[in-house]
Every structure is written in C-alpha cells, then in structure tokens.
Write a protein that binds this ligand. Sequence first.
Ligand SMILES: Cc1cc2nc3c(=O)[nH]c(=O)nc-3n(C[C@H](O)[C@H](O)[C@H](O)COP(=O)(O)OP(=O)(O)OC[C@H]3O[C@@H](n4cnc5c(N)ncnc54)[C@H](O)[C@@H]3O)c2cc1C
Length: 357
Amino acid sequence: MSLPLEEREMAVVGCGPAGLCAAITAAKTGADVVVLDENDRAGGQLIKQIHRFFGSRRHGAGKRGYEIAGELERESEAAGVEMRLGNTVLGLFPGGEMMVEDRDGVYVLRARAVVVATGASEKGLAFPGWTLPGVMGAGAAQTLVNLHGVLPGRRVLMVGAGNVGLIVSYQLLQAGAEVVGILDVSERVGGYEVHRLRVQREGVPFYLGHRVVQARGRYGVEEVSVEEVGGASRKVFRADAVCLAVGLSPLAELAAMCGCRMVYSRELGGFMPWHDGDMRTDQPGVYVAGDAAGVEEASVAMEEGRMAGLSAAEDLGAMGRKEAERAKDEVRRFLWELRGGPYGEAKRRAKESVHCA
Ligand SMILES: Cc1cc2nc3c(=O)[nH]c(=O)nc-3n(C[C@H](O)[C@H](O)[C@H](O)COP(=O)(O)OP(=O)(O)OC[C@H]3O[C@@H](n4cnc5c(N)ncnc54)[C@H](O)[C@@H]3O)c2cc1C
C-alpha cells in the first residue's frame, strides 16, 4: 500500500522561534509554506518560559517567552503560513521527502525547500541511581511545572548552575518547591548574574566544585550523596527530585538522516549539520536554524530562522538575489550584535569554525 503524497514548495520542521521566523520570512515573499510540529502548541521552548526576556525590542525584550510565542504565531497566520501541530516528522530523505505522522496515520510530504528547526535535547548525567523516578532533565521539570502545573518533587536538588539551572530553580521556588541546593562541578556560576542573585536572595545554597555521587531510594529518589571534586568532603541531601541542567545538544538527526555532513562543536553543544552563514547545509534545498544549528538563545534562533527563510525564498525564486542580499545584510548585523560580549564572542568564534569546517 503506498502512502498519500503531498507536494509543497517549502516545509519547516519545528514551530519554535527559529522555525516560525523562517516560515514567516519566506511566506512574506509569497512562498507557499507549511510548518510542522509534534507539539499541540506553537512556540517550542518559549511556551514554558514564564520569565521576561532580555535583549532588544526586535527579540521580545521585556516580554515573557510564551507572549513572544503568541506574537510569532499570530504573525505566521497573518503571513499565510499553514501550521500543522501534532505532526511529527519521523524521517527526512534526500530530495526533500519526509515521512510525517499525525493523528490519522502516516503520510509523505515532499518539499523543494526544507528548514530543519528542531531545537535541542537535554544532556544526561550517569551516576548510580540515575534511573530512579525523580531524576530528570531541568527542562522536563520546567514542562511539568509551567505547562502541567505539577511539581516534580517537594525537595529538589539542581545539578548545573548555568542559566537553565538557575531559571528553572527560581520557577520551582515560585511554584512552591524547596530547592535544597544548586551544585556544579565548576568553581563558578555559569549563568547570568541576575539569575544567580534571584535564587541566592531566596536562600538557595550553591555547592560549587561539587559532583553527584549517588541517588538512593526504594521507589524513587529519597536522598542524594554529593562530594567535593577531589573527594575532600561529602554531604547527603534529603531530596525527592534531582534536576539535571548539564547542557543541551542540537537535535539534528533529521538533517543527518538526509545526508547532511555533520560537524562537532563543544561550544555549541555537540554535533550539528555543517552550514554556511546563510544557513544552507551541504544538501541542496535543506537549511538549518536555531538550536538545531548549535545551541545559543531564542534571539539568535529567530535571526537564524529569518536567514534560512531568506535563503530558501531566494533558492525557490520567490525573491531576487539583490533583494535577498539586502535583507540578509540586516540579519547579519543583528547576529553580529547578538554575539557580542565575552559569552557571545565564544559562540561567534565557534560558529565561524562550523562555517569553515
Ligand atoms: C529553561 C530555559 C530558559 C531559557 N531562557 C531563555 C531566555 O531568557 N532568553 C533566550 O533568548 N533564550 C532562552 N532560552 C533558550 C531558548 O528557549 C532556545 O534557544 C530557543 O527556544 C531555540 O529555538 P528553536 O526554534 O531552535 O528550538 P525550540 O524552541 O526547541 O523549538 C523546536 C521545536 O521543534 C519541534 N520538533 C523537534 N523535532 C521534531 C520532529 N521530528 N517533528 C516535529 N516537530 C519537532 C519541537 O517540538 C519544538 O517545538 C531558554 C531555554 C531554556 C531551556
């Protein structure tokens, strides 16, 4: 039995900030665009971000993540983007053919241009007891609390003092959990000062230069042993949840599956499809944007999405080369500004080595 086949001009996988911006940008040039997401809400990570974002007005500064998601969703509707939620892309093949699963079954969609904007996945950490119920990614805990109104535990130990660890710790406190500590193998807090101060003001202790040794419990986590790196001292916490905020990796298997050359960057989270500054991969008609192209921030994801949308529209013939170049120059300027400062500078250098790899 052959599967139903649908032909479209452009398909975007992922309705996060990168995918929505790619779709909006291309649709505004007149391209026919469909965007697919496995979730039943548009916005990707943004729908669970209840905190206000920094940055510029163009990137939603001062607004909460879910408000930015709502704005992008309305903008895509106005631009004529077709949004298919609850549609999981199971496979992507050379030539722009993808296998998609929705509530009614499986179908094949072929598009002349495909943007992979599938975001990132959380890294894990293996230690004795890590498979016990109660050990989970910090992003998973954030989904439980902010989308489903469920606490992952009453007493939570956060592993990782980067932005994700700090933000999720604060949101757990707001939701009524006790954060018994934030620990990190590093001797310094990796997240922004503003997020550190917020949790410190709530009295959450930091254990820097510490690592998890073991989680124990009968049916789920009941206590966790940690030690100073080097083993000088040990401590046991009573806790029923351990949240791991130890980094994100680009989620780019679809690009690998359709033959894109993959490159590695520690700074950007792991393996990602090679891409140039215009977000083209080495496979004709396949583009990448956002965390799938290297983990950074929502503002960068938006600009990379715009760049991918412009490249796709140009390659589809929906916009001329000169017009595309003018629009791309503006995006390049924003990306340059976003990657300023010591944190952004490291990301910029990492991106440049990806382009040259
Ligand atoms: C706790 C936390 C706090 C953050 N705070 C900030 C902040 O203050 N400021 C900031 O700028 N950034 C922040 N970020 C980072 C920001 O959320 C991400 O960088 C941004 O969401 C990346 O956008 P994206 O579109 O690449 O991916 P995502 O937002 O992850 O969207 C990817 C989408 O693709 C979908 N998808 C994946 N695979 C498939 C498939 N096979 N089929 C169909 N759909 C698929 C997913 O369901 C998802 O909806 C934060 C992140 C976290 C985890």
